[in-house]
Design a protein around this ligand. Sequence first.
Ligand code: ZN
Length: 249
Amino acid sequence: MRFPFFKMKKRSKKNPESENQKPKIIILFGPPGSGKGTQAELLAEKFNLYHWETSRIIGKIIEEARRGESIKVQGEKYYFEKEKQLRREGKLWDPPFVAHLIKEKLNELAKDKKGIVLAGSPRTIYEGERVVPLLKRLYGVKNIKVVLVKLSERESLWRNSHRKECELMRHSILYTKETAKLTKCPFDGSKLDIRKDDTSETIKVRLREYRRQTYPVVALFKKQGLKIKNINGEQSVADVFKDILRAVK
Ligand SMILES: [Zn+2]
């Protein structure tokens, strides 16, 4: 059989095609206020990734649940109503409840061969122990990049108490030098307001939950063989983005 006239694509030894074809997973990690949501939005746009934000995805599922609706996970019943209340108090949702909904969604995305950027997820060791092996199996360990955006607690508190949210899509806009004077959402142009659930008490609870429950997941990533890149989160959005791009190459 004769070869067609067009040139055959050369295979690079560094990046075998099978690895290239697999979609990318980027896990952005950092305290509340580190700008994960905004950065995830930018990454999603640049690499055509599904922007995974647990609070928005699970929050939406909870909002859409019928009155009295529940799901069963390992024999235990979880009521959507109760989970909604936990969030109102600034606490994390029950880990088995969240892990179950996350696994369902991840399987769906992998089936569609969609790359994902995860902002602030997994949020607990419990979730991580279930989600990380699943991601490794679905996407391959080499295609998973973890970026830890570092931010002091003081800065986190300040940024969160000045955070805004848009009317249309609930985009969360972090307080930074660039966004201080914004009145309209940079993504869709709708009106921006101070986020309702951001009282200083709920922010403090959220920070404590991050320190106690979420930060330990970084150790789990290491144990699972994932490489972690540290980024300084106390820079402008553009500079943080530049550092992230370098880190996920
Ligand atoms: Zn918006």
